[in-house]
Ligand binder design. Structure first.
Ligand code: ADP
Length: 360
């Protein structure tokens, strides 16, 4: 088991800096997910922790020891990659046994570990097979089996599910989480998929352009994104946004957001930070918008209706942006119809348009 601390970690390739001073404390046994768009530096950061990439500056501590200059094999880490990197000519058993054999462990010492890992990963019946006779999910489990028998203090996963089809991804997500709950080891998991991050993480680290945008528990980030980037990155369908200026309402008391096209969105409460004249971006998640209301805060002309079975998504434009409204009922709304919306005050997010920072 190992806690991991990153202090001021950065990475340069020649003159280009791609990771800019990352500070991150990971507790022993914690499952931390690094998430962000492609190219934001998450794999580079993970590879620096693994020892596969030199650290240009800062301190990396693993289990209380400075690890900057330790060779990968001295770090007591197992890594699972997107490509499973199995040996095609070796059986499942021999693939899992490869590491212990290289380390010249005796067969008597590693055999029970392999059998236990195979049982835990539902590979018991496949130990004699070659990788080509396995499904994608089974191959991924072999890769995990190989990581598990090392009994590492730290597991690193780099986009391990990206090559699997959607259904298998969901299944493996649950399996990896269950594995962690059983082994209780420290995990750093890299993905660009926000749903994976939300469902698997104890804590999420949202990265963008080589920096951390926000760190927190999944629902903390979902409910209180610190800025526009995190707000738009987490959630599917994503949060709806409208840019405008805070004004006094024309009809009735209180404040409204005046959009560029002249439409107004009424604000149900008067947040301290929203004073008339302020340029703000309002955000509200699709599932928080109510569609039946006698005193609407806004109106949406529906362009597309998407039934998913469990819920219906209504799409239309507000202030030039496409908005999505999610309803749990089977909606009878047709394209071209106008629906009136209530945006409950407790679910409204306001951001400073210029800096992107959260106001309330
Ligand atoms: P992510 O994992 O978030 O997709 P990466 O960590 O792979 O991002 O890459 C971060 C940035 O570093 C990207 O802009 C990428 O082009 C750059 N980069 C990665 N590896 C190298 C390299 N060996 N030389 C130069 N630039 C690199």
């Amino acid at each position: 088991m190992a806690a991991v601390q990153l202090s001021g970690i950065f990475k340069r390739y020649g003159d280009t800096q791609v990771v800019h001073g990352i500070d991150l404390d990971i507790d022993d046994g914690e499952f931390v997910v690094l998430v962000g768009p492609s190219g934001c530096g998450k794999s580079t950061l993970m590879r620096m922790v693994a020892g596969l990439e030199e650290i240009s500056g800062g301190d990396l501590m693993i289990g209380g020891t400075r690890a900057n200059s330790l060779a990968p094999q001295q770090r007591n880490i197992s890594m699972v990659f997107q490509s499973y990197a199995l040996y095609p000519h070796l059986s499942v058993y021999e693939n899992i046994a490869f590491g212990p054999r290289i380390r010249k462990e005796s067969s008597a010492s590693f055999k029970p570990r392999i059998e236990a890992a195979a049982k835990m990963l539902n590979l018991g019946g496949y130990l004699d097979r070659l990788p080509r006779a396995l499904s994608g999910g089974q191959r991924q489990r072999v890769a995990m089996g190989r990581a598990v028998v090392r009994e590492p203090s730290l597991f690193l996963f780099d986009e391990p599910l990206s090559n699997l089809d959607a259904k298998l991804r969901v299944q493996m997500r649950t399996e990896i989480k269950a594995l962690h709950q059983r082994l209780k080891n420290t995990v750093i998991y890299v993905t660009h998929d926000q749903i994976e991050a939300m469902t698997m993480a104890d804590r999420i680290v949202v990265m963008n352009a080589g920096r951390i945008e926000q760190i927190g528990r999944p629902l903390e980030l979902y409910d209180h994104p610190a800025n526009l980037f995190v707000a738009s990155f987490l959630g599917s369908p994503s949060m709806n946004f409208a840019e405008g200026v805070i004004v006094n309402r024309v009809q009735g008391p209180g404040l409204a957001l005046q959009l560029a096209d002249g439409a107004q969105i009424a604000l149900e409460s008067e947040p301290d930070s929203a004073t008339p004249g302020a340029k703000v971006t309002l955000g509200v998640r699709p599932e928080h918008i109510e569609t039946v209301t006698p005193t609407p805060d806004a109106t949406l002309e529906v362009e597309v209706v998407e039934p998913t079975g469990a819920e219906t998504h209504l799409y239309g434009k507000i202030g030039g942006n496409t908005w999505c409204v999610t309803t749990r009922q089977r909606s009878k709304v047709e394209p071209g119809q106008r629906v009136t919306l209530r945006l409950p005050a407790e679910h409204i997010h306001l951001f400073d348009t210029e800096s992107g920072r959260r106001l309330v």
